[in-house]
Design a protein around this ligand. Structure first.
Ligand SMILES: Cc1cc2nc3c(=O)[nH]c(=O)nc-3n(C[C@H](O)[C@H](O)[C@H](O)COP(=O)(O)O)c2cc1C
Length: 311
């Protein structure tokens, strides 16, 4: 980090324990595994925080292949929440995280409100876990498969139950596959969320014209990467103008310039996802590039540029 430049950000001031990051660049869920896989490639401790793969109560195998493909300016994935389950995470991964400097946030996913609360409760007091990110882009099985993240009342119900089950900072990750993301953001803020992160992937598909069928086994998948950046940026801009809690921007961030756009639109911090699949070093370049921009333009703190692009 550059001398005299303050990159520290509070992403959950309101939580009982709070969450202060050394810099605003966070590894996004699903693209950094559990962090340990990256040990030989980069020093993960240089990140502001790391969010692990979406975690469920029981381990999941995910969807059959093919489940991740390249499309123009992005990636379509239908991994289907393949993960080791919360018990293995607590036993095998959290002890590693406990000795790391970088705070690790656990992304949780479930098909019922009770299970979300059970997951959050299970993570309470686990050394190495610094926060929870609630992925509400999962189907609500009890209400007929609708996503929790598409209905303000359901999104609020999940947030409330998770907050009641934990004293950890809780960030709710919003889906862009909605008519009005601001309404969802307001609902989860009211229900006690300490921060919101956005966006998750946009639903899309690709067709193999030689085979004459969808390229993904699951037919559709989540679109990420540069293709979604303008959509994500505008949603962050809208949400940052509507809530008081920190907004964490995510979607197509590949360079320091991209990250700065989100921060100037009002984001407190950013997440880097697909870029890490190309080169994990990108996240470090983004941290250094933000510091360089601040120094070159006479700013001493990341706080000095937040929201500057807001009308
Ligand atoms: C392969 C892959 C797996 C993902 N898995 C998860 C996940 O388990 N939970 C989650 O909340 N988001 C998941 N995401 C979404 C990312 O965290 C991020 O929100 C999205 O990809 C947009 O950011 P990006 O364009 O920087 O990748 C996944 C994305 C990809 C590409």
């Amino acid at each position: 980090m550059r001398k005299g430049i303050d990159l520290k950000v509070h992403i959950a001031k309101g939580g009982k324990k709070g969450l202060l990051l050394a810099n605003p660049v966070i590894g996004a869920s699903g693209t950094w595994g559990y962090g340990d896989e990256f040990g030989k490639l980069i020093d993960v401790n240089r990140l502001g925080a790391l969010i692990c793969k979406g975690t469920t109560l029981k381990p999941r195998k995910g969807n059959p292949q093919p489940r991740i493909i390249e499309v123009t300016a992005g990636v379509l994935n239908s991994v289907g929440l393949q993960n080791i389950g919360v018990e293995a995470l607590i036993k095998k991964k959290a002890p590693l995280w406990a000795i790391w400097k970088v705070p690790v946030i656990v992304n949780i996913a479930s098909e019922s409100v009770d299970e979300y609360a059970a997951l959050a409760g299970r993570l309470e007091g686990v050394a190495g876990v610094s926060g929870i990110e609630v992925n509400i882009s999962c189907p609500n099985v009890k209400k007929g498969g609708m996503q929790f993240g598409t209905d303000p009342a359901m999104a609020a119900a999940v947030t409330r139950s998770v907050k009641q089950a934990t004293t950890l900072p809780v960030m709710v990750k919003l889906s862009p596959n909605v008519t009005d993301i601001v309404a969802i953001a307001r609902a989860v803020e009211k229900a006690g969320a300490d921060a919101v992160s956005l966006i998750n992937t946009l639903t899309g598909m690709a067709v193999d014209t030689a085979q004459r069928r969808p390229k993904l086994n699951n037919i559709c998948g989540g679109l990420s990467g540069p293709a979604i950046k303008p959509v994500a940026l505008y949603m962050v801009y809208q949400v940052a103008g509507a809530v008081k809690i920190p907004v964490i921007g995510c979607g197509g961030i590949m360079t320091a310039g991209d990250a700065l756009e989100f921060i100037m639109a009002g984001a407190t911090a950013v997440q880097v996802g697909t870029a890490a699949l190309i080169s994990p070093r990108t996240a470090i370049d983004i941290i250094e590039g933000i510091g360089q921009y601040l120094a070159d333009n006479g700013f001493s703190s990341i706080d000095d540029i937040r929201g500057l692009a807001r009308a």
